[in-house]
Design a protein around this ligand. Structure first.
Ligand SMILES: [Zn+2]
Length: 202
């Protein structure tokens, strides 16, 4: 199944709805925050997601992912748990699509889930384990369904496996950058400037 939406081929109604929800009425083809290209080919989207856990582990290695930003937003660890739960949720959805193509996905508010699980307080190590296993399962299931197999999204309409993976690839790409911006080098927490020093790192 192929859609043509104002010169943006292969964007399903689901993806058009999702992008409009993120960016407004005239969604860009490249995310202005993370430079993700929304015309990313399906295989590249799968590859981006499948390699993300390794990049996340390298990004957070030796850094503190539990420090809460002063503005009260999520810490880096919360994004790890968010991606783990997203990958698991969409894995369940691919099982659904394989059994019942075209069926309606049950929606949920990820902020409600984050509050219920208390993402910012959860430990990071099991989050890294969870996201790696969830991604491995998602990639395995994605290989078992056709990219053009479709589903119904409650708010945005018909989508395909391919556009669902583009959606997830952006989530991983965007939030990897959020983690990198929030994870803190230990010395930046523990070391106070010496009296009379400039306070600059050396
Ligand atoms: Zn982005």
């Amino acid at each position: 199944m192929t859609w043509f939406n104002q010169g943006m081929p292969e964007w399903s109604p689901f993806l058009v709805g999702g992008l409009t929800w993120i960016y407004g009425s005239d969604p860009p083809t490249t995310c202005p925050s993370c430079s993700f290209r929304w015309d990313l080919p399906f295989a590249a989207a799968v590859d981006l997601v499948s390699t993300s856990p390794g990049r996340i582990e390298r990004t957070l290695s030796g850094r503190d992912a539990t420090v809460r930003p002063v503005d009260g937003t999520w810490n880096a660890g919360a994004y790890v748990w968010h991606l783990a739960d997203l990958a698991r949720c969409w894995s369940e959805r691919w099982v659904q699509v394989a059994h019942e193509p075209g069926s309606s996905l049950v929606g949920f508010d990820p902020d409600d889930l984050a509050a219920a699980r208390n993402y910012p307080e959860l430990p990071v190590a099991p989050g890294l384990w969870a996201v790696r296993h969830a991604v491995d399962t998602l990639v395995e299931l994605t290989a078992a369904v056709a990219p053009e197999a479709h589903f119904q999204h409650g708010d945005w309409g018909t989508g395909t496996i391919a556009d669902g993976m583009r959606w997830l690839a952006h989530e991983f790409h965007h939030h990897e950058q959020d983690m990198d911006a929030r994870a803190v080098q230990p010395q930046r927490i523990d070391r106070a400037p010496l009296a009379g020093s400039t306070g600059m790192e050396t």
